[in-house]
Design a protein. Structure first.
Length: 256
């Protein structure tokens, strides 16, 4: 449609050997550390450079969220828990135009932030895209834009990994201007149609990697923001039988 920001279907390709390295890190990695940051770094530091090639085939909510994310000219966008800045790739043809005034990518994990900084340099996004290493729940994090100044805040597959997850939603609310939009996608539990055994299976399996599925995420978003879009679907995982699917959601809401 004429007058809309140009978007790209970001789908990086990897090799079987890349996948094996990621699977080794996921299945046999020893998550350790006293702080949440240390735990994340211990999990990602051996797979950060291969993160996108593997994860885009299991994080199914990212594409529909990025394809529907509201963008107006002069947009200020904050991507909380943005990892390697791969979400910016969906706007690779327009991020350096007047559609975006500034993009901030915030992540707590040094190895992922390092990949994000390399992505910015490789794509020559400097001046428009800024990588901030820090806690997405911290309203005083240095480098964040002022309260009430942002058009869009996105959080993709990070809420389930943040122990104090309500704080990141509060931080998003604080950053948004009235009429601004929050865009969130993540794994979830399907209250309407998912079997009880399936809920228990996925909840336990994800918890072994310090990922905590919670039905309250969606209901809390619906309470805090005016719902504009919600889809709940089921997605597969690489090298896992296709019958084993986990629910995920993509939510877009507006700050009232």
């Amino acid at each position: 449609m004429v007058g809309e920001v140009e978007r790209t279907d970001y789908a990086p390709q990897g090799t079987i050997m890349d996948d094996l390295r990621v699977l080794k890190a996921m299945w046999f990695g020893n998550i350790k550390g006293g702080s949440h940051q240390d735990q994340l770094e211990s999990f990602y530091n051996k797979q950060a450079h291969l993160y996108d090639q593997y994860r885009h085939r299991m994080l199914h909510g990212r594409k529909p969220l990025m394809m529907k994310m509201p963008v107006q000219k002069g947009c200020v966008w904050v991507d909380l828990g943005g990892g390697t800045a791969s979400n910016v790739e969906f706007f690779s043809k327009s991020v350096m135009t007047d559609w975006f005034d500034k993009v901030y990518v915030v992540d707590l994990t040094p190895s992922l932030a390092k990949v994000a900084k390399k992505r910015v340099a490789d794509n020559k996004w400097g001046g428009k895209v800024e990588i901030i290493l820090g806690d997405a729940t911290d309203p005083k994090l240095e480098g964040l834009p002022p309260s009430g100044s942002c058009d869009v805040v996105s959080i993709s597959y990070a809420v389930t990994m943040i122990p104090n997850w309500k704080d990141v939603l509060q931080n998003a609310y604080r950053l948004l201007k009235p009429g601004g939009h929050i865009c969130v996608c993540d794994f979830t539990l399907d209250a309407k149609s998912q079997w009880s055994a399936s809920k228990k299976f996925w909840k336990y399996l994800f918890s072994t990697d310090h990922i905590y599925l919670n039905e309250e995420h969606i209901t809390t978003l619906q309470t805090m923001f005016e719902e504009k879009h919600l889809e709940v679907s089921y997605g597969t995982f690489p090298y896992v039988p296709r019958l084993l699917k986990c629910p995920y959601y993509a939510f877009i809401g507006m700050k009232k």
